[in-house]
Design a protein around this ligand. Structure first.
Ligand code: NAD
Length: 502
């Protein structure tokens, strides 16, 4: 059993630009899902550490928020350059801590760099607007100001990317940040803090490691926290929203989903089957916007299944560090147990499995990619989020039926359709409630466009200009050029009409 990192990065959390241990001296283990072995031990932060991190962020705030936009932009471009310089190390850490193949995690780090470059530019270009004044001799304008100290709580499935969706716009807007990464995949976030320690001013970007109840909740509740941005499960998001509401803090929530992917009867089924296979099983189905329910027109259902099954059976599982691997392990034993339980409940409901529904005979928390049919529409696989490699293929009569099924869960994160009919595509895009709608190209994000959920999938938007505004409050400034007495002030004199405001 090894307790050291695979490179020079130190297993410590970062507060005020320095690497620190937990105040209590306690630690916790990070286990590699592909090997089930411990490969790092990190500080187990408590409420005391949460306060230290918030104080560091609050101390750094005045200087950072008043740093001119051009200087902030130069620094954020330098962040992007550093991430590219350390791409291999960061990608390796992500693969080891949460299992995704290296080809995907290299892409994740590059994407983070692109997002820092993007917000470096748009963060300095748009800071408010001028407004037509009510009277002569006046100027009205708005200024977009940072909220202050932002707490970013992230999940394990895209640890660095989802951190970046929050930290890059938050910093570009002039906030300082405290990150609480998932206890399952904290190493890449700590490594990022170390890499950026000589680029970002101390205290602007802090990372505390540990568990949600022990350090996440105190961060949410503390008075120094001005805004909470959270990505994770709907259950935790709800808990955080309730807690933040007591202090009337602003909260952004990026939560769970059960995205539908509709396959109409007018498309090339070879293309649709390949797309469905990728969109369902990318990152082992552990993507918030995975195609979690495949809805297929009944007229092409059998043909589509005949094309999809061999593609799923051909997926190659293995340690994500190795070559020729399509799918790594599930992130943790607990997560695999949860997926297995959902499969067993679906079986009890009458579902049949065309592939998988079993663990492969190897070490690591692997689970075979699984396709289910004959699932009741009110059953577990059609109504709950399944955060793992298990997907139901659901027969639908026509587009109206597909839209009804698509809308039939509490979630509204993303949705996709495959069709050559403009009319079908547009009708579905209008009638399905989802934050993103993909036509003939599922799961393709664009960091200049907004991302987020409707219904129980979230509150607010990340990415794009909307993702920057999420971290800024608007102030209206009213300026009267002259110091002069206004006729509408006291004392009132309605007889003369002098008190009219406009
Ligand atoms: P999770 O809710 O279990 O944990 C997310 C984070 O919240 C972790 O850092 C955890 O330590 C912290 N946390 C837990 N309890 C807390 C509390 N009481 N107070 C403060 N923090 C607390 O989620 P997960 O299992 O890490 O991630 C999987 C979920 O995330 C899935 O539901 C998935 O759909 C969702 N997700 C959503 C998006 C999106 O953009 N909408 C993206 C990725 C993942």
């Amino acid at each position: 059993m090894s307790t050291t990192l695979p490179d020079t990065l130190r297993p410590l959390m970062w507060i005020g630009g320095s690497a620190v241990a937990a105040s209590s001296g306690q630690t916790f283990e990070v286990v590699e899902p592909a090997t089930e072995e411990v490969f790092a031990v990190l500080p187990r932060a408590s409420a005391e550490d949460a306060v230290k991190a918030l104080e560091a962020a609050a101390a750094a705030l005045p200087e950072w928020r008043s740093t001119p936009g051009i200087e902030k932009a130069i620094i954020l471009h330098a962040v992007a350059a550093k991430l590219r310089e350390h791409k291999d190390r960061l990608a390796t850490l992500i693969t080891r801590e949460m299992g995704r193949p290296l080809v995907e995690t290299l892409d994740e780090v590059e994407w983070c760099a692109l997002i820092f470059d993007y917000y470096a530019e748009i963060g300095r270009g748009d800071v408010g607007r001028t407004v037509s004044p009510g009277q002569r001799g006046q100027l009205n304008y708005t200024v977009k100001e940072p909220y202050g100290v932002v707490v970013a709580i992230t999940p394990w499935n895209y640890p660095l990317l989802l951190l970046t969706w929050k930290a890059a716009p938050a910093l570009a807007a002039g906030n300082t940040v405290v990150v609480k990464p998932s206890e399952m995949s904290p190493l890449s976030s700590c490594a990022m803090a170390e890499i950026l320690a000589d680029v970002l001013p101390g205290g602007t970007f802090n990372v505390v490691t540990g568990f949600g109840a022990e350090v996440g909740a105190p961060l949410v509740e503390h008075p120094l926290t001005n805004l909470i941005t959270f990505t994770g499960s709907t259950a935790t998001g709800r808990r955080i929203a309730v807690s933040a509401a007591q202090y009337l803090k602003t909260v952004h929530l990026e939560l769970g989903g059960s995205d539908p992917l509709i396959v109409c009867d007018d498309v090339d089924l070879d293309v649709a089957a390949r797309a469905a296979c990728w969109a369902s099983f990318l990152n082992n189905g552990q993507v918030c916007t995975s195609a979690k329910r495949i809805l297929v027109f009944e007229s092409v259902y059998d043909e589509f299944i005949a094309k999809l099954v061999p593609l799923v059976k051909a997926l190659r599982q293995g340690n994500g560090l190795g070559p020729d691997v399509d799918l790594g392990p599930i992130v943790s034993k607990a997560q695999r147990d949860q997926v297995e339980k959902q499969v067993e409940r679906a079986r009890a409901e009458g579902a049949k499995f065309l592939t998988g529904a079993a663990r492969p005979d190897r070490k690591g928390w692997f689970y075979e990619p699984t396709l289910a049919v004959d699932c009741p529409r009110d059953g577990v696989l059609c109504t709950e989020e399944v955060f793992g490699p298990v997907r139901p293929v659901i027969k639908v009569k026509d587009l109206a039926d597909a839209i009804a099924v698509a809308n039939g869960t509490p979630f509204g994160l993303g949705a996709s359709i495959f069709t050559n009919s403009l009319e079908r595509a547009m009708r579905a895009s209008e009638e399905i409630r989802s934050g993103t709608f993909w036509i003939n190209d599922p799961l393709t994000d664009n960091h200049a466009a907004p991302f987020g959920g409707m219904k129980e999938s979230g509150l607010g938007r990340e990415l794009g200009p909307e993702g920057l505004d999420a971290f800024r409050e608007t102030k209206h400034v009213h300026l009267n050029y002259a110091v002069e007495h206004k006729g509408y002030w006291f004392p009132y004199d309605w007889g003369t009409g002098r008190n009219k405001i406009s």
